[in-house]
Design a protein around this ligand. Sequence first.
Ligand code: FAD
Length: 482
Amino acid sequence: MESIWSKTCEIQKRLSLDSDIEVDAAVIGGGMAGILTAYQLECAGVRTAVLEAGRIGGGQTKNTTAKITSQHGIFCHDFIQKKGRDAAGQYVRANQAAVEEYKRIIQKEGIDCDLEEKDSYVYSQDEKKLKEEAEAAAELGVEASFEPCAKIPVPCAGAVKFARQAQFHPLKFICALSENLTIYEDTAVKEVEEHTVKTVCGSVQADKIVFATHFPFINFPGMYFTRMHQERSYVLALENAGMINGMYIGDGKDALSFRQFDRYLLFGGEGHRTGEKKEGEKYEGGSYERLRAAARELYPKSRETACWSAQDCVTADKVPFIGRYASDRPDWFVATGFQKWGMTSSMVSAMIIRDMICGSENPWAEAFSPSRFSAEEIPQIMKDSGKAVKGLTKRFFHIPDESAARLAPGHGAVVETEYGKAGVYKTEDQKIYKVDIVCPHLGCELAWNPDEKTWDCPCHGSRFDYKGNLLEGPAQEGIHYE
Ligand SMILES: Cc1cc2nc3c(=O)[nH]c(=O)nc-3n(C[C@H](O)[C@H](O)[C@H](O)COP(=O)(O)OP(=O)(O)OC[C@H]3O[C@@H](n4cnc5c(N)ncnc54)[C@H](O)[C@@H]3O)c2cc1C
């Protein structure tokens, strides 16, 4: 399951760290957020090194749909109601500035990354909601309008348009932008103490440290694990589905996403909380099967060329955490909680963190500050904590419903063994892989994900392949059966 981006761009491999070094700033994580932050810091004269556990762009960034837009669903109207016009204005202006900053950098550096200016649309069946949103967005200074007719084959009462947004090839962009940056790949960070970053192959002394690891892996201070969960969604690249001119997303939990890349329609959807099944759906089967059924219905003549999935962190108030990691760590910074809008959010992070490190005022920093707190976040935090507690409790009380012998080939399940519970996967040729089902991050019970044949954590979204190798954090190590 390789994304269309990975299939069409190979980034040259970088060496691992092989000695102790000193820099002004260490950026942990080489996804879109880390690379942009390092680029902005270097441009401001800050000597920066990126430490990447695997390959740059190899995390969620390689599996995005790469719409660069300040239109993050239908949010302006709600945002103004909940947080006020000032905070809403900061949020929208920051993201709109991010769209313009991409265009500026791509032009300045002469980057060939299939950048195209496109209008962005959110469609819905609810005309009143669309009109309210268009008005609210316009009030905040966006070039927004209500369009009675959305040019996609789904029933809707129209769409809200944000004019002059953009789309691109994210890996071609990262590949070019990273050329002159100091980057160490296969250099997983294991520990951070004040100004020392300890990796598997050397340590880095840095005045400032930026955590751009998608989900922050240091639990204390910060406690980001109590403030975010992760959600997955799925994408198909379809040939012969016609051409659409614009980027579309639906409103609500069954939202579908559409954008063109070359001759492919990138068709996305089936979002759900990581580690949980989506229940009561229109179509049968797993997430990919359901998305394929929707594609067949909307584009009966189309052919699938690629399929992939990704996940992102969601905060209680749907605003990323960008800024100081914690009040007692003034030189640590964090960029996370992008809620599937990480292209502009990564650029917003890079600009805010650059300004904080360089001691410049940033007009949007307050809206994204990780130290913000509002009472209306409590119900969501309680709900998220409830899920985490359920994940922990399940580990001790869940009754296994399968045994290894009864498992069908190609299936996985939690089974009772003579030594206790284990996760078991049986390959098509009957080989059995056993793993520990306790998540090494904070001890929740992992759930089997039949779509991707992985073990996923319902609490914080860590994922492991069926052999137990770590796929994504916040966990920092694999799961192995003792
Ligand atoms: C299906 C889907 C579609 C999306 N489409 C869009 C879209 O159209 N537009 C948009 O704006 N957003 C979109 N997003 C969101 C966007 O893709 C993400 O928010 C963004 O890619 C996240 O970038 P990142 O740099 O934060 O994380 P990542 O790309 O995951 O990078 C984090 C990096 O940190 C590294 N790392 C982790 N731990 C360590 C460690 N201990 N030491 C060293 N390195 C470490 C990882 O290896 C990884 O490379 C989408 C998300 C999904 C799920």
